[in-house]
Write a protein that binds this ligand. Structure first.
Ligand SMILES: Cc1cc2nc3c(=O)[nH]c(=O)nc-3n(C[C@H](O)[C@H](O)[C@H](O)COP(=O)(O)OP(=O)(O)OC[C@H]3O[C@@H](n4cnc5c(N)ncnc54)[C@H](O)[C@@H]3O)c2cc1C
Length: 459
């Protein structure tokens, strides 16, 4: 297909949000290049969503593949904004019509206990690297950091991701105990059937495993956990219904995976032994008019061989990009327009602050359409007109088309080719020859379900 005048947009981050933005733009004849720091553009579908979600993962990755392989979309793997590409340079000098940030939320919100980050890897893990390790540790060529799991761990959290962390801890420690006792099962079976059901098959009780189990500590009440979303201005009846749903989700998870839960507990200090974190000091709290109040004098110590903090994820800061404390500073979440820049837009988790596939996708769709209609002023009708005038043929434009191209402020074929040269250089640097399917096959991780079926792994 010959290059034709159009707009050209660069998108950093290629997962649910980035690929959706690329597809929206591409469907309107706009060129897009998706740049991702990893080999594959799957983001938290690959590294966040726990690996037992086999069907959901495959479905979402297939959707991303389809969007990324649209003829108007190019892909650049293994290239990180802020390290390999300078943000202000790309915005000011590369000639793109717009820049999209779809880089998700990969930094754990710091646990607010003074000096605690000195103990990362020495009794403390944060959720994001912990889940990433869990998702990939079975791969024969895994080369990332090696983490450890201990029975009796405690987790500080309260959202859906913290429930997944509890599940990982309980599934791994139970599986390990069963294996040591000579019983054969695997992680996917344990997750699907639940720990009590599998133990029953072996005529065992949880006590027989000699495990203490893991405990989740939450600073509010179980009914406040964001496991089900509270709509704005909810009536008292709706509030009660959502609170019951939250309680039910927690109870079901506890029944199936046997972890413990302690509400109204806020970590305020650390317990250190030698060079390791050995526990946390909590203070009791109360919730009054929706606000958490801690109750001085109610401190209690909890010792644990491992502490995991799962209190939320925020975007990694990129030099030059303004942030509002945690999320990117945007003029309006509906448009994603990043403050201080004419043509930079943020989409997905980086702005929504919600760890949800659908929310990321919908946000990217909404922002892309807004950008095309209002910022680029390139509506669906304009695109149809462009095609009618033979704009996509790549032939030298006639006078009417030439005038339309000028009116619409499209980039010329020469400008687009100049950007393509830069993209090609980035792809070559990453060792990517432009054949997405071949690249995907080479880089797709070995799946746990495959290893289990071959009898080569259990978790
Ligand atoms: C434990 C856990 C369980 C979850 N379970 C569910 C669930 O059951 N259902 C659900 O709907 N959602 C779930 N989620 C949330 C869901 O996975 C995310 O909300 C969604 O994948 C976010 O999509 P995104 O495209 O906005 O961001 P991401 O998936 O984070 O994608 C961002 C992309 O940007 C790339 N990137 C980051 N920084 C840079 C940079 N500087 N330069 C270049 N590229 C960069 C990353 O490599 C990545 O590909 C879960 C998340 C976690 C952590």
């Amino acid at each position: 297909m010959k290059t034709h005048p159009s707009h050209y947009v660069i998108i950093f981050g290629g997962a649910c949000a980035g690929s959706e933005a690329a597809a929206q733009l591409a469907q309107r004849g706009i060129y897009a290049v998706v740049v991702d720091q990893k080999a594959l553009p799957y983001g938290k579908i690959e590294d966040g969503l726990p690996k037992w979600h086999v069907k959901l993962r495959d479905k979402e990755e297939r959707k991303i593949d389809e969007k990324i392989t649209h003829p108007n979309v190019q892909f650049v793997p293994k290239t990180r904004l802020g390290r390999d590409i300078d943000f202000n340079d790309v915005v000011n000098n590369w000639g793109f019509s717009a820049v999209f940030l779809a880089i998700g939320a990969w930094r754990d919100r710091p646990l607010p206990v003074e000096g605690i980050n000195d103990f990362v890897g020495k009794g403390l893990y944060y959720q994001n690297p912990f889940v990433e390790w869990f998702n990939h540790k079975h791969e024969p060529d895994y080369q990332g950091p090696q983490l450890e799991i201990h029975d009796g761990a405690i987790v500080v959290g309260g959202g859906l991701a913290s429930i997944d962390v509890m599940k990982i801890l309980m599934l791994e420690t139970t599986l390990d105990a069963l294996t040591r006792m000579g019983y054969e099962t695997d992680l996917l079976t344990l997750e699907k059937e639940g720990i009590p059901a599998v133990l029953k098959k072996f005529n065992l009780k949880f006590e027989d495993l000699g495990l203490k189990g893991a405990t989740l500590f939450y600073r509010r009440r179980s009914i406040d956990m964001p496991l089900a979303q509270m709509p704005p201005n909810a009536t008292p009846e709706v509030v009660e219904k959502i609170q019951k749903t939250r309680q039910k989700i927690l109870n079901l998870a506890m029944q199936k995976y046997l972890f413990k839960f302690q509400e109204l507990s806020l970590p305020v200090d650390k317990i250190v032994e030698g060079d390791r974190l050995a526990g946390l000091v909590f203070r009791k709290t109360e919730v009054v008019d929706g606000k958490v109040r801690d109750l001085p004098g109610t401190e209690f110590e909890v010792r644990a061989p491992l502490i995991i903090s799962s209190i939320g994820s925020i975007p990694e800061p990129i030099p030059g990009i303004p942030s509002a404390g945690e999320l990117f500073r945007v003029e309006d979440p509906e448009t994603g327009k990043v403050e201080g820049y004419r043509n930079v837009f943020a989409v997905g988790n980086a702005v929504t602050g919600k760890g949800n596939i659908r929310e990321s996708e919908l946000h990217a769709r909404k922002v892309s359409r807004w950008v095309m209609d209002n910022f680029l002023q390139w509506t669906e009708e304009d695109y149809q007109r462009f095609k009618e005038l033979g704009g996509e043929s790549g032939e030298t434009p006639g006078p009417e088309l030439q005038q339309f191209i000028q009116e619409k402020g499209l980039l010329s074929v020469e400008q687009i080719e100049a950007i393509n040269q830069k993209i090609k250089a980035l792809q070559e640097r990453a060792g990517y020859n432009g054949d997405y399917w071949q690249w995907r096959e080479k880089h797709l991780p070995v799946r746990l379900e495959q290893l289990i079926a071959e009898g080569k792994a259990r978790s």
